[in-house]
Design a protein around this ligand. Structure first.
Ligand code: ZN
Length: 321
């Protein structure tokens, strides 16, 4: 089968690989649509170390091709979404409520990290009953594919931010702003911290969300958060040895500013809840899709995303069915 891989640090391309086989509790999915993520670029640049001929991608929807004999809830031919994070649900970390950290730190992140990812005609999913979710008939694939990572991570960022009723929230990110923002600050034109302090009449915000993975935005998130507030980090800090905490703005360690971190929650229940938001029309993530490419155009798609060309936000990859 055809796959799109990281050949080595800084190198990508197509590779032929054998069809994956399911273990007793696993599933093999035929990919129908996928999204390229900034994390894929981080990985190719070496952010998690060297990888050789590793299939990239972790955001996909597809059709069940084959299941292992122990899988109860899914069968061949069904439309599914799989979380970008596919935890081992029997692991003690999962039982403790930290399934994304099952096995080891970030251990639930398997696709394009410790096993082949989803930029392939077929891919393997562990623990299928716990990691797949059926896509409701009303929900198109191009919306459902956002449940895998973007919606799950984005909502996690807000959940972890401990936002009080009526609270003020600052989101630091290079993202689209039409999903509910009351005011936007363009950091290239004004000082972001000063602007947020002005918007909150000098008080700062109750909660801030770092959604970029930058040392400066992380520091700014701490600066604009009130004493007693929460900084929720969802960004992937892909370079540098340290992330810095501004000592005085942190109240020399005593201003009761909480820093919370998290990795995209996965699992069937999470995916089903996100799909329900789409089914009920509460959110439409599809305006994030700025570009579409066929799977055989992956080199161009990857380069466009990697270099952030042509105003790209999310490229949708269409697999032939
Ligand atoms: Zn992603």
């Amino acid at each position: 089968m055809k796959t799109f891989v990281m050949k080595g640090i800084g190198q990508v391309g197509f590779a032929e690989k054998p069809m994956p086989r399911p273990g007793p509790m696993d599933a093999i999915i035929r990919t129908t649509m996928a999204l390229i993520c900034t994390s894929d670029s981080h990985t190719v640049r070496g952010a998690i170390g060297p990888r050789e001929n590793l299939t990239l991608g972790h955001e996909a929807v597809g059709v069940v091709h084959e299941v292992g004999p122990e899988v109860r809830g899914f069968k061949a031919g069904e439309r599914i979404v799989v979380g970008a994070i596919t935890p081992d649900w029997g692991d003690p970390a999962s039982q403790g409520g930290h399934s994304s950290q099952s096995g080891q730190a970030l251990g639930g992140w398997k696709f394009a990290n410790i096993k082949d990812g989803v930029f392939a005609e077929y891919f393997h999913v562990n623990d299928a009953d716990a990691n797949l979710a059926h896509i409701p008939r009303k929900v198109p694939d191009e919306a459902a594919v956002y449940c895998a990572d973007m919606l799950s991570t984005g909502l996690m960022a807000a959940e972890n931010a401990d936002i009080p009723i009526g609270g003020a929230v600052a989101v630091f990110a290079l993202g689209p702003s039409k999903f509910g923002a009351d005011a936007t600050v363009d950091f290239s034109r004004q000082d972001a911290v000063a602007a947020v302090m002005q918007l909150t009449a000098g008080a700062g915000v109750d909660s801030s969300i770092e959604a970029l993975g930058g040392d400066l935005t992380f520091q700014n998130a701490i600066k604009v958060t009130k004493p007693g507030g929460t900084i929720s980090n969802a960004g992937y800090h892909g370079e540098g040895e340290f992330v810095h905490i501004p000592r005085l703005d942190w109240g020399v360690g005593m201003a009761e500013k909480t820093i919370r971190t998290g990795l995209c929650p996965g699992g069937r229940l999470r995916m089903e809840r996100l799909l329900r938001l789409l089914e009920a029309g509460r959110v439409d993530p599809t305006p994030l899709t700025t570009h579409r490419f066929r799977f055989d155009e992956m080199p161009k798609a990857f380069e466009t995303m990697d270099k952030k060309l042509d105003g790209i936000i999310k490229p949708l990859i269409l697999f032939s069915s």
